[in-house]
Design a protein. Structure first.
Length: 606
């Protein structure tokens, strides 16, 4: 059976996963009457809730005697560590672009990686049934993007299909609005070369994804680069320098059929497979026949740009909800994450009670924290901070991001003003049709921490912001942080409506009556710049005097409830987010008011 390996790359929300659903249906992978979830490839709970792809997943369809291995890749830059490795497994890519939004920053990031590897893309203009489609302009944008990424003449001569993934058709004619995906299958078979690998050489295989199974242990996925592997064949794992890290046997070999892993007796060069049987080997290691001594070159991974401190939860309410609360459990979980996700780095602090976790962005670390709290962990999370470096002259540099913002024309002025305060430099501004403007900035990552919520408020929820790591550039100087102070509980107990009523006049509350509070917990935002300690537990003194009933019924405004990402973006350097399976609370890092005063004096003196 002939073989083709392809990856589908696109910006988030341009319809990759929906298109793969239709490829399954039309290749006969699913029976016509089989009940299949929508966006079947997004199998992880968080992927379903957020409607995004977080983990890259291989799958396989058979079309007219050709096996097509397809890898669905994440569209967010935060999960770019996945994308870079995956591209080394394939021989071609389908670049999917939205017929209205066109080429977006994430498209640029992944396409740049694919072109550098010499892959020749097939461009699919998706969602052509949108009323606001601008197909020709989008194609021009894609061509300009390829030119700016130094594409070769061969890569610039790309085939184009016009499709609607949701309705299941693709055509070479942009005016047709019917049909099937047969033209796409044909284009894949014609345009993507079969793997040009040595079948007769000894077996070798580069690990690109790592998974765990309760029965099989570690499952290593990648593409067979040379030779053939059979079940129970002796194999060994080499690190990037060619040093043997373990030897063992290929106890199980699995290939992909639709969404399932299917056991097979042997696999040969070009196949994308999963192997079980090794206990130490990890991502970017080479698994090979014991006669092989040279490691396969792995793709270098872009460095982390942001870090957060994950600490043991030490609040007075610690251990009430979670089952995993010790530093040992947190360390094991983080080490397991760093093992399978090469874009994350974990270092233990000197006090052994906290860990510095560095990653690509707030979304990536937010997803990790959310996954851990669902697993029963309790954590204290610090404010994100960027990772600085030094250039060759010893000057401090910081990470910059390209920020592309689409907003209604009326909000453009506000956005430009806010980005200027955050040291963002406007590099492009153009109308994008339909009363919208597209503005591009180059901004330090530091200034963007916590901006997304404010951006949504400023644009009445209609703005779209896309960010992408650009470079390390000169340090831009101090950036103004949060302007408001906070309201801090001065004791332990339950919040009382009688006390919260007057506190509402001071600012915005985060808690409701009856909620358990502790000293040092943040219960609201002060309308003024300074922090204020308050008593939210004060109850009404009972006396013999009859009141006229004016203060019997206290009506409170519903509190502001923050999501995990909003809370992480909101906190200041001396604050933390307490994350438990059932609650997200904001607190001061030092709960004792005297300790806080001492620390602030020290800071002022320094």
């Amino acid at each position: 059976m002939s073989l083709r390996n392809i990856a589908i790359i696109a910006h988030v929300d341009h319809g990759k996963t929906t298109l793969v659903d239709q490829l399954f249906r039309q290749s006969g992978t699913f029976r016509d009457n089989q009940r299949v979830e929508e966006r079947a490839m997004d199998s992880n709970d968080l992927e379903k809730e957020r409607g995004i792809t977080i983990l890259a997943k291989p799958t396989s369809v058979v079309w007219e005697g050709t096996r097509i291995n397809i890898v669905d890749t994440p569209g967010h830059a935060d999960f770019g560590g996945e994308v870079e490795r995956i591209l080394s497994m394939v021989d071609g890519v389908i670049l999917l672009v939205d017929s209205s939004e066109g080429a977006m920053p994430q498209t640029k990031f992944v396409t740049g990686k694919a072109l550098k590897l010499g892959l020749r893309p097939i461009v699919v203009v998706n969602k052509i049934d949108r009323p606001d489609e601008r197909i020709q302009e989008v194609l021009d944008e894609v061509f300009d993007l390829f030119v700016s990424l130094d594409a070769t003449d061969e890569q610039l001569d790309f085939p184009v299909l016009y499709a609607s993934g949701r309705n299941g058709y693709a055509n070479e004619d942009p005016d047709l609005r019917e049909g099937t995906l047969t033209p796409l299958f044909q284009k894949i078979v014609e345009h993507v070369p079969p793997p040009a690998l040595e079948v007769d050489a000894p077996f070798s295989f580069l690990v690109t994804l790592l998974d765990r199974d309760n029965f099989l242990g570690r499952i290593l996925t990648g593409r067979v680069q040379s030779g053939t592997v059979k079940v129970n064949q002796p194999i060994h794992a080499l690190d990037m320098d060619g040093k043997v890290i373990e030897t063992g046997r290929a106890s199980k070999i699995m290939t992909f059929q639709g969404l399932d892993r299917v056991p097979t007796d042997e696999a040969s060069a070009g196949d994308i497979i999963s192997i079980a049987g090794l206990t130490v080997a990890t991502v970017s290691n080479t698994i090979a026949d014991t006669s092989v001594t040279e490691a396969i070159q792995a793709q270098p991974i872009d460095p982390p740009t942001l870090s957060m401190r994950f600490a043991v939860n030490d609040s007075p309410m610690a251990g009430r909800e979670g089952t995993k609360v010790t530093s040992r459990m947190i360390r094991d979980r983080l080490e397991r994450e760093a093992e399978s996700n090469v874009a994350i780095k974990v270092t233990e602090s000197e006090d052994k009670d906290s860990f510095e976790v560095a990653g690509r962005g707030e979304l990536q670390l937010g997803v990790l924290i959310e996954t851990m709290r669902r697993e029963g962990f309790e954590l204290g999370i610090s404010r994100p901070r960027v990772l600085y470096r030094e250039d060759e002259n010893g000057n401090r540099t910081e990470p910059y991001e390209t920020v592309v913002i689409d907003v209604d024309d009326e909000h453009a002025g506000t956005v430009v003003e806010k980005m200027a305060l955050r040291k963002g430099e406007m590099t492009d501004m153009r109308p994008s049709g339909g009363g919208k403007t597209r503005i591009t900035f180059s901004a330090p990552s530091r200034g963007l921490i916590g901006y997304h919520g404010e951006f949504l408020s400023d644009t009445r929820g209609t703005g779209i912001m896309n960010r992408l790591f650009e470079k390390y550039g000169p340090y831009r100087g101090p950036i103004e942080g949060r302007k408001n102070g906070v309201l801090i509980s001065n004791g332990n107990g339950e919040a009382v409506a009688y006390a919260l009523g007057p506190l509402e006049e001071r600012g915005i509350l985060f808690v409701s009556p009856g909620e358990a509070l502790y000293e040092g917990m943040i219960i609201g935002e002060n309308a003024k710049p300074e922090d204020l300690e308050v008593n939210p537990m004060k109850s009404k003194q009972l006396t013999n005097f009859r009141s006229t009933g004016k203060d019997d019924a206290i009506r409170l405004t519903p509190p502001k409830i923050m999501t995990l990402e909003q809370a992480i973006a909101y906190i200041d350097d001396d604050e933390m987010v307490e994350v438990t399976p059932k609650n997200i609370r904001i607190r001061k890092a030092l709960l004792d008011p005297h300790e806080r005063k001492k620390a602030s004096r020290k800071k002022e003196a320094a």
